[in-house]
Design a binder for this molecule. Structure first.
Ligand code: GDG
Length: 480
């Protein structure tokens, strides 16, 4: 069996403690099933960057430090201040500089060098996320012909937005050096296909001539799931722990929960405003609902992130200032991470899960909340229609996070929902989680990557593709 090389910006080292983030959660099952080498940034910044290797069972972890310039330009700069906002439809927040772009390309070249030292010809390479768009191009330039796949965890916006990204005409077509490019939803894959058609005149499944053979990039949707049954079992146990018990005993009435990294894409200030509208419009619920928002810090060196932190603090303070009584605090805002077990118990204990990102690739919290519920007395998921998860979860109460009154009304509906309807919705949502369990996600992607590479001279493996655009090819792709 070939080794699987996973490359992502951050690497979750074994026993490294709580690191909130969807990528780690998504990759766990793949690491358990395959012999993997996971390579990326150590999370350390230093002037004499070191590389470390840790072997654990069948897996190895190879992590390198970044120097200060790399950290500022590649990570804080181009990845998080340009690509993250643009891909989340927030052109207004993007701050482009050529220096950051060159830092981004430099770090991608460094990862390619690191990989080049370790790769054998039959190894599969699976690259993750927006930090590493040009990695396949850098590897191909070093002569590697291995199957290389890319998965984008965050949204792919329509070409009209993507075209506003300075240098998109070099950066986005660099994805064509991958054999397989995967997205969270059909909508994201369709946006990419439209970009290829509009900007480059390519159909969605095109073939590129490369050297003497022919290679084709294929695109498809591979929605990320969770380890559903495992998460359910964890929640069953965790709900009986003293932490959950103490939380429940300390509040009057029902619990409503939100769990998100601190990020403007997650819509936390807007969610609090919606809760404020709910409290204003439905006074019968005063003293009977407590909203627990758990928000571990993330990327706190970027000013936009401290801005939302202040906005969240101010709104939570205003709500509590307006509505709190001696025995009831309407919002509990917690700014630190909890263990995964504790989170699962808190989800299960919550009558409502409020997951209202302004834009999200998938959103695993929505899936975890459903997996954690007691099927006999399940809570209700209120979910943003702009989370990728909404495509698979139509039985949630789908809301527009830009409409605080509608979100407030959905909270009221969730609180009032009869048991039978809650059970029916939960059963359908749970069945969808099982159909797309995370173990299948890694397998589907890797099978697609290794199993269906077109033979030299053949056309792209159309069976795997979403045939998103039927447009004939109108222009040749640019040479490399
Ligand atoms: C990206 C995409 C996509 C949160 N707080 C704590 C904690 N978490 C865990 C949650 C969940 C994960 O972190 C967050 O995953 P999300 O999917 O919600 O969001 P991103 O981190 O933005 O992930 C996203 C994902 O990649 C996977 O493809 O779904 O759209 O943006 O699992 O439970 N975990 C612990 N303590 C916390 O306090 N232990």
């Amino acid at each position: 069996m070939a080794r699987v090389f996973i490359i992502s910006n951050r690497v979750a080292l074994p026993n490294a403690g709580v690191q909130p983030g969807g990528l780690e959660v998504a990759l766990k099952a793949t690491l358990r099933k395959h012999s993997c080498v996971w390579l990326g940034w150590s999370g350390e910044v230093g002037e004499t960057p070191q590389t470390r290797r840790i072997d654990r069972g069948d897996n190895s972890y190879v992590v390198s430090d970044l120097c200060t310039a790399d950290f500022e330009e590649y990570y804080n700069g181009f990845a998080n201040r340009v690509l993250w906002p643009v891909l989340h439809y927030r052109l207004d927040l993007a701050e482009f500089s050529r220096r950051d772009l060159s830092g981004y390309l430099r770090v991608n070249a460094r990862f390619a060098d690191e990989l080049a030292r370790l790769l054998q010809p039959d190894d599969l390479v699976w690259v993750h996320d927006y930090h590493l768009f040009p990695l396949a191009r850098a590897l191909r330039g070093r002569g590697f012909a291995n199957p290389i796949g890319f998965f984008l965890h965050i949204p792919m916006p329509p070409p009209e937005i993507l075209a506003a990204l300075p240098n998109h005409e070099n950066l986005i077509p660099a994805l064509s050096d991958y054999d397989l490019v995967g997205f969270q939803t059909d909508g994201d894959a369709a946006n990419f296909a439209r970009y290829l058609a509009k900007e480059l005149g390519m159909p969605s499944h095109m073939s590129l001539r490369l050297g003497s053979g022919e290679r084709a990039m294929r695109i498809g949707a591979f929605p990320v799931g969770i380890e559903t049954r495992r998460f359910t079992r964890m929640a069953e146990r965790a709900v009986r722990t003293s932490l959950v018990d103490e939380v429940l005993r300390s509040i009057p009435g029902a619990l409503m929960i939100g769990v998100d990294r601190m990020d403007y894409s997650k819509g936390i200030p807007q969610r609090l405003e919606a809760y404020e509208r709910f409290l204003a419009a439905y006074p019968q619920w005063h003293g009977k609902i407590t909203f627990l928002q758990i928000t571990p810090k993330s990327r706190s060196q970027i000013p936009e992130y401290s801005d939302i932190q202040q906005a969240v603090n101010a709104t939570a303070g205003r709500i509590n200032g307006t509505y709190a009584t001696a025995s009831w605090t309407p919002v509990r805002y917690v700014n630190r991470p909890y263990s995964r077990t504790a989170l699962s118990g808190l989800y299960r204990a919550s009558r409502v899960g409020l997951v209202t990102p302004m834009r999200d690739g998938m959103n695993l919290v929505a899936k975890e909340y459903v997996a954690a519920q007691d099927p006999d007395d399940p809570g209700v998921l209120v979910l943003s229609r702009f989370a990728g998860a909404a495509a698979e979860m139509p039985e949630a109460l789908l809301v527009n996070p830009y409409d605080p009154e509608a979100v407030g009304a959905a909270i009221a509906r969730a609180m009032e929902m009869p048991l039978e309807e809650r059970r029916r919705r939960h059963a359908a949502l749970y069945a969808a989680l099982l159909r797309n369990d995370i173990g299948k996600w890694g397998d589907r992607f890797l099978t697609a990557l290794k199993g269906d590479r077109p033979k030299p001279g053949s056309h792209a493996g159309a069976a795997l593709l979403n045939d998103l655009l039927a447009a004939p090819r109108t222009a040749a792709p640019k040479p490399h």
